[in-house]
Write a protein that binds this ligand. Structure first.
Ligand code: ZN
Length: 84
């Protein structure tokens, strides 16, 4: 089982890795890689390398907003919002 010993994070549909923790990120991405069909893994690795290079370039240009990078989506549930 993949677990970040610092935060006891283990990949699951409901758990969120702790932003900025390399061990949480490692567990998350290794789990993601393991669940990717073998014939798609090379494509996934290429995509991650490209995304990483874009982040490095954005950081070099001073355009990387770390707060936005680690922010989680906001979800709001309204009661009785659905029509009858
Ligand atoms: Zn962690």
């Amino acid at each position: 089982m993949l677990v970040c010993q610092n935060h006891m994070y283990s990949p699951s549909p409901t758990a969120q890795p702790v932003a900025g923790c390399k061990d949480c990120s490692f567990a998350y991405w290794l789990d993601y890689f393991a669940k990717t069909p073998p014939h798609k893994r090379a494509e996934m690795v290429e995509m991650l390398i490209e995304a990483g290079m874009q982040l490095v370039e954005a950081e070099r240009r001073g355009e990387l907003d770390e707060m936005a990078l680690y922010s989680l989506p906001q979800v709001q549930i309204e009661k009785n919002a659905l029509p009858d």
